[in-house]
Structure formats: C-alpha cells, structure tokens
Ligand binder design. Structure first.
Ligand code: SAM
Length: 213
C-alpha cells in the first residue's frame, strides 16, 4: 500500500474515540461491554481503507466487527466510511496486529478475516506473513474453540504458502475457491484491493479454515 503523508490524521483519529478505540489494551476481555451486547466478534487484520469491514458490518448487524490497521494515514479512510455509515457494530483499532493478545482475551473473538495481506515474497521474510505459524498460534489464543480464519488474496504464492501453513498447523479446510468471482459463493463483500486486482482480470483465491478445538 502506498502511504501518503497525512499530518492531520492523528488529530482526526483522536476526535472519534468511539470509532477508533484509544488504548485498546484497556478493553481486553471487555469488548462485549464496548458493543453493549454479546454478539460474536469478527476481526479483520490489515483492514486498509475499510471497505470490506464496513460492508460486512452493514450486511450483518448481528455480528460485531473490529478492523485492525497499522497505519494512521490508511485507517482515516476507514474512519470516513464509519462516520458516513454510523454503524454501531463496527470499531477500528490503529495498532500492530502482532500484539493481538494484548487487546483480546482468550476466546473473545469468533472469526479472523485476512484480506489481501502483504505477501512478503522473500523466504527470509516468511515470518512476517500473517499466515505464518506464530500468527496462527496468536489467532488460536484469541479465538473461540473451532474459531475460523477466512482468507482472500490475488497472490498465488501467498495462497499456496498459506494453505500449507494451515495444513501443517492442523487446521480443517472448510471452503476453497481458486477463482472466487467465477464461483457460486454468495454474499462476497469486495475489498479495495480485490476491486483493483479483479478489474485487471486477476483471479481471487479464497479459503475458510477452522481450528479443531
Ligand atoms: N485488506 C485491505 C484490502 O484488501 O483492500 C488492505 C490490503 S493491504 C495490501 C494490507 C494492509 O494490511 C495494509 O493497509 C497494511 O498497513 C496492513 N497491515 C500489514 N501488517 C499489519 C499489521 N501487522 N498490523 C496491522 N495492519 C497491518
């Protein structure tokens, strides 16, 4: 993602603490209170400009969503979607996903979405891929038993690597599409990257995997 310098971003983020939650470590174990209900919580790691997580929150009001994005300059676009839509079941976190355990208690999350994650193609950077085993460990910790990861990408190399990583970890494969937009999958909400790549004719890969316990 090309980052534009937006010096006003932190000020704007600070103006909307009910949408982009400050000090999210203080909410660990208390997200049901933040949302004011016990609905399942689905998180998107690397939410970018937020089109997917906003679309999902609109489509599924009975699910609580949290979009997690590292960069202020990017998450402000997700904030704009949220301000426009005013969705009560969506929050944003401007944090590094490597620290997820600081923000979520054991079994506090029901599903993890990974969409068009950075591929980190060099083997020496494999540990940075969001489907590397240390990330799978972390998701297992915060997910309910039999929690799921739903993953989409245009990157064949990352997809193949991730399927291997899921399999080596013992995750169950529940859904697989090697060409999502030509499949009969219903209710797909497109991400910004998905729109861009599919417009260029690139196919979209998608999988759903589940922890055994
Ligand atoms: N999911 C969006 C989409 O499909 O349009 C954005 C995809 S973009 C290639 C990946 C995003 O993940 C970037 O916005 C990047 O800043 C974010 N990201 C990467 N590593 C992250 C991390 N460790 N914690 C939080 N966000 C991260």
């Amino acid at each position: 993602m090309r980052l534009r310098n937006k010096p006003w971003a932190s000020e704007k983020i600070a103006e909307y603490p009910h949408y982009i939650i400050p000090e999210p470590e203080t909410k660990k174990g208390k997200w049901a209170d933040v949302f004011g209900n016990n609905n399942p919580i689905h998180i998107e790691v690397g939410t970018g400009k937020g089109q997917f997580v906003t679309g999902m929150a609109k489509q599924n009001p009975e699910v609580n969503y949290i979009g997690i994005e590292l960069y202020e300059s990017v998450i402000v676009s997700a904030l704009d979607h949220l301000i426009q839509e005013g969705l009560p079941n969506l929050k944003l976190l401007n944090v590094n996903a490597k620290d997820l355990k600081d923000f979520f208690d054991e079994s506090e999350v029901s599903r993890v979405y990974l969409n068009f994650s950075d591929p980190w193609p060099k083997t020496k950077h494999a540990k940075r891929r969001l489907t590397y085993k240390t990330f799978l460990d972390m998701y297992k910790h915060i997910l309910i038993p039999k929690g799921e990861i739903h993953f989409k990408t245009d990157n064949q190399g990352l997809f193949e690597y991730s399927l291997m990583s899921f399999s080596e970890y013992g995750l169950l494969l529940k859904f697989l599409s090697l060409d999502l937009h030509k499949s009969d999958f219903e209710g797909n909400v497109m991400t910004e990257y998905e729109e861009k790549f599919s417009a260029k004719g690139q196919r979209i890969y998608r999988s759903e995997v589940q922890y055994k316990d």
